[in-house]
Design a protein around this ligand. Structure first.
Ligand SMILES: [Zn+2]
Ligand SMILES: [Zn+2]
Length: 137
């Protein structure tokens, strides 16, 4: 289900601005920086402010409808795919971010002795490298 439909079904208050922001996240695999959301939302609602974009993104993260993806020193992205657990590949050349589904249990590689008594562990991996378009020929 697309983000906008999930928000409608949970009764999220949809103003024109909030709708324009949520609408930017339609597509099968989409990860947007706040700046990209702002640029796209303004096509539909020119008066939408950057502050509204930030506030709305934070609210959607709090609601569990968007996931923040660490940009490893680059811009953070927002990902509406919160229902299928996945990890990411990040291209150092062009910032392209791709969903990946590693096999096996990523936590299994962290022995109990290395967990420092932490509980409720989760693993979130961003693999870095060079995509085919950026690879030297
Ligand atoms: Zn690339
Ligand atoms: Zn993703």
């Amino acid at each position: 289900m697309h983000l906008i439909d999930r928000l409608k079904s949970r009764g999220w208050r949809l103003t024109a601005q909030r709708r324009a922001i949520a609408d930017t996240f339609s597509g099968p695999s989409i990860h947007l920086t706040p700046e990209e959301v702002w640029v796209r939302a303004r096509v539909a609602v020119p008066e939408v402010s950057q502050a509204t974009v930030y506030n709305t993104l934070h609210e959607l993260v709090r609601l569990g409808e968007l996931r923040e993806v660490d940009g490893l020193g680059r811009s953070r992205r927002y990902d509406p795919n919160t229902h299928a657990p996945h990890h990411h590949l990040l291209c150092d050349g062009c910032d392209r971010l791709v969903d990946v589904f590693p096999e096996g249990d990523l936590l299994a590689s962290l022995p109990a002795a290395s967990r420092h008594g932490f509980s409720g562990l989760q693993a979130e991996v961003v693999y870095r490298g060079t995509c085919p378009d950026c690879a030297p020929r």
